[in-house]
Design a protein. Sequence first.
Length: 117
Amino acid sequence: MSGHQTTEVSPDAVIGILTVQSHDVYALIDPGSTFSYITPFVAMEFGIEPDQLHEPFSVSTPVGESITAARVYRGCVVTVRGRDTMDDLVELGMVDFDVIMGMDWLYSCFAKLDCRT
């Protein structure tokens, strides 16, 4: 996809297009990520005000930098193959993906990942 930088992605991760809040987004589905994240550039299109996290935390990037996460967009609708799910998306300044969907979302969906096919 043009406009997106290349990053090292875990072999367990899946890259594709998801629909979040009725917007198509470039997504990384990463079972190695505890939480799900969204870039503020996409989140501002949703018309949802983020909440401040009670305890901001640091997120390590693949290039070894740390980014502080301090805000969360609660109850975002994530649509996959016509099925609506919900997730809280932590705001994270990133340029490679619009969203990173982590284990919190995968767990809530009772997801099964088949990495062979």
